[in-house]
Design a protein around this ligand. Sequence first.
Ligand SMILES: [Zn+2]
Length: 162
Amino acid sequence: MSVRAWTLSVEDRQKLIQGAFEAKKGSYSPYSKFPVGAAFLTPDGTIIKGANIENASYGGTICAERTAIVKAASEGIRSFVGLAVVTNVNSAISPCGICRQVIREFCALDMPILLVPGDYPQAPLPEGEQKPGYTEGGVKETTLGELLPDSFGPEHLELPRK
Ligand SMILES: [Zn+2]
């Protein structure tokens, strides 16, 4: 397991997980029947929630992570210290590629991302059966940098060019 420079307090972790579950209640997912909730934590402790909102014209669908980040950014909140994502699947489900890029716009590469199983908290696995990256309750802890390696971001547009 990689060493993390950035860790969440137990309290912030619980706020994020609870926020993601609350966010999922707002899902509008009649087509996929795959509700998703996302919660971002801001530096001042505010939780910003988002759910996936589908559309009869499927391309108009927006994921939970982007709902949350667009809500926040359009209200002037553009700094985040953690993200939690939960679905109804009883395992860790990761943000899609488009969301990873959108998260990249506003979040540090080492920001913690919690992938929460739908049946959180899961019972601890027996000694010796723990999986790398998985922590309390069956939550997979990762970072944006791990989910989106060698990524393109705003700083690249600042580079000198012809
Ligand atoms: Zn997505």
